[in-house]
Ligand binder design. Structure first.
Ligand code: NAI
Length: 336
């Protein structure tokens, strides 16, 4: 059988390391390109049946046309999310496959890492002790034991976050349009409406997908309902939070702390090094000035296990498509 050729965009060193290792089993011919997939870089894919992209490669109609003209027929997303692809336009031109789940543990554990850091201020202690400042003034936290965590979205990731936090002895209230009552009973948690969750939670952690009805669910009016000093954690999607309202809540001290792995305008910045540049996004720049705001650059997924799963599922998706004409992880305009 002829070797499949894959054009791999937005390659980072870690992508290459994990895909090359798993590809020893498949033997595909992978060309790793550093640039993101854009109109200008799409010609690099000419002659490649498969194109592999990540979350910040925006696959527009123009790009789909270029890829199709160059002979591409399969778009393999190495991500779960697919809001970056125009599925309607891709229909009947490119088949699109993805990695539906790679490590819910990675994301849930990262959310808890953000909580612990913000609560016990270890990010500040690290800097202090390196400067021989051994004062603990201002570093006081709270026992998470017996406090209430509000979990928004109890899918794969939300459920693992709940299990971890139950281990700390936290009370859990949860909101999900499709509650899992058996899970609730087993873990002794309570499903409540979203307003009650806002009112009762000491820590609110977002684990739902972004849908048209929950854009900016954290905004000035929902923040007003929350407990004073609430901690907000977002490893879901940036647009779940109205960032300007969040900043106002932090400035007024209504919000005690915020841990953000995602940001609504992250596409221009996250995954790239701007340490020698001025940041032109004033909202992001303001966020980085608060000692009680911790930003990570969409790294919640970033574990060895998740990268292994991403590489395995992506290459298996490609093998199944070409060797067996099967598309178990397909997403398309008509089937979603
Ligand atoms: P999942 O599909 O297993 O669970 C999502 C849950 O959210 C479902 O139970 C669903 O009923 C619920 N839901 C849907 N709309 C809701 C709403 N308006 N309010 C509350 N709950 C709602 O998804 P999974 O694997 O748990 O992932 C959750 C989200 O985490 C993803 O959609 C993605 O946005 C984000 N994510 C972030 C990563 C990161 O690196 N920061 C990596 C992977 C996922």
């Amino acid at each position: 059988m002829k070797k499949q050729k894959i054009a791999f965009f937005d390659t980072k060193p870690y992508d290459r390391e994990f895909f090359e290792k798993i590809n020893e089993r498949y033997g595909f011919e992978i060309s790793f390109f550093s640039p993101r997939l854009k109109t200008e870089t799409a010609p690099l894919a000419a002659g490649y049946e498969t194109v592999c992209v990540f979350v910040n490669d925006t696959v527009t109609p123009k790009i789909i046309d270029r890829l199709y003209e160059g002979g591409t027929r399969l778009l393999a997303l190495r991500s779960a999310g697919y809001n970056n692809v125009d599925l309607k336009y891709a229909y009947n031109k490119l088949r699109v496959v993805r990695v539906p789940a790679y490590s819910p543990f990675a994301v849930a554990e990262h959310a808890v890492a953000l909580m612990l850091t913000l609560n016990r201020k270890t990010h500040r202690a690290f800097i202090r002790t390196r400067e021989n400042n051994f004062s603990i003034n201002g570093l006081m936290g709270f026992d998470m034991h017996q406090k209430t965590a509000g979990i928004v979205g109890t899918g794969r990731i939300g459920k693992i976050a709940i299990e971890i936090l139950r281990g700390f002895g936290m009370n859990i209230v949860a909101f999900d349009p499709y509650p899992d009552n058996e899970f609730a009973k087993k873990h002794d948690i309570k499903y409540v409406d979203i307003d009650k969750l806002f009112r009762q939670s000491d820590i609110i952690s977002l684990h739902s997908p972004l849908t048209p009805d929950n854009v900016h669910m954290i905004n000035s009016s929902s923040i007003a309902k929350m407990k004073d000093g609430v901690m907000i954690i977002n490893t879901g999607r940036g647009k779940l939070i109205n960032t300007k309202d969040l900043i106002n809540g932090i400035k007024s001290k209504k919000i005690g702390s915020a841990g953000l792995d995602v940001y609504e305008e992250e596409t221009d910045y996250f995954f790239e090094d701007f340490s020698a540049d001025a940041i032109s996004d004033d909202v992001l720049a303001r966020l980085t000035t608060f000692p009680n705001v911790l930003i990570t650059s969409h790294q919640a997924f970033f574990t060895k296990e998740a990268l292994t799963n991403i590489a395995e599922t992506t290459l298996e998706n490609i093998r199944l498509a070409y060797e067996e004409s099967r598309f178990p992880n397909e997403i398309c305009y008509r089937c979603t």
